[in-house]
Design a binder for this molecule. Sequence first.
Ligand SMILES: [Zn+2]
Length: 272
Amino acid sequence: MIDFHCHLDLFPRPAAVVSEVEAAGIYLLSVTTTPKAFAKTARLPTKSSRIRTALGLHPQLVHERHQEVDLFCRLISETRYVGEIGLDGGNEFARHLDLQNEVFNRLLRSCSDAGGKILSIHSRHASGEVLEALKQYPGCGIPILHWFTGPIRDAERAVELGAWFSVGLPMLRSKRAGSLLAKIPRERILTETDAPFASTKGHSYPREALSSAFAELAKHWKCEPEDVKQQLLGNLRRVVETNRPAGTDVAVSEGRLTTQSANRYCPATPRR
Ligand SMILES: [Zn+2]
C-alpha cells in the first residue's frame, strides 16, 4: 500500500507508528510542516524502511515560521522529497497569502535550483494561485497535489501542467469524487492518509483508511482492488524513477535517502 502524504512526526507516539508502517510494508512519504522538524523526522525510519522523509514548510505556518526558509534551502540537498508546501486561502489564513506566495515561490525556486524534487503540495482555497506559481518554475520537479479540493477546471489545468494527485478517503467519498477522477489520468494518482489530521481514529496508524481508499478507487475505475494496487505501485515506481538524479541508485523498495550535490543558491529570508 502507498501513503504519499502522512505526518508521522505529529502522531502522539511516532516510533510506534513507524514500526507499524514498516511491519505492514507500506510505502510512505513522511511530510514535515517546518524545516526544523526535518532532521528529527528523517531519523524515525529504520535502515530498510520504505518510508521517505520530505522537507516542508506548511502554508498555514508560514506567517510564524518564514524565517526557516534559509534552513529549508540549506537542507534541500538532503532529500529528493519536498512537502508539505503550498498555499492556503482559507478564512483564517487568507490574510497571509502575500507572504505565503512569496515563500512558496522561493521554495519552488530552491527546488528548481536543486535540479527538481518530488513535491507534496497543499492548495486549499488557492488552487489557481498554486498552479500559477508552478507554471513559473517548470524545473521544480514533479508536483503532487495533495487532497485537492479546487475547481474541476483547475484539476484539468494541473493535469496539463504535468501535476499528479494524492487522494485520500474523505476525498474519494466526497460527492464530486467521480467528476474529479474523470479528469485525472490513472497514471497520475497515488493514495494518501494525511494522518493524523484525517482518516484517523485514536493514536494508531489508519491502515484501514488506505485499504478503503483502494476499494473506492476500484469502484470509480470499475476494476478490482488488485488492479488498483498494481496501477498505484507502477505509478509510484514511475514518479520515483522520473525524478531520479543521474548516478544515484534509489529503488522504490530499498535504500535510504540519497544525498545529492552540495548546497545550491539559497534565496534570502522573505520580508514581512
Ligand atoms: Zn498534510
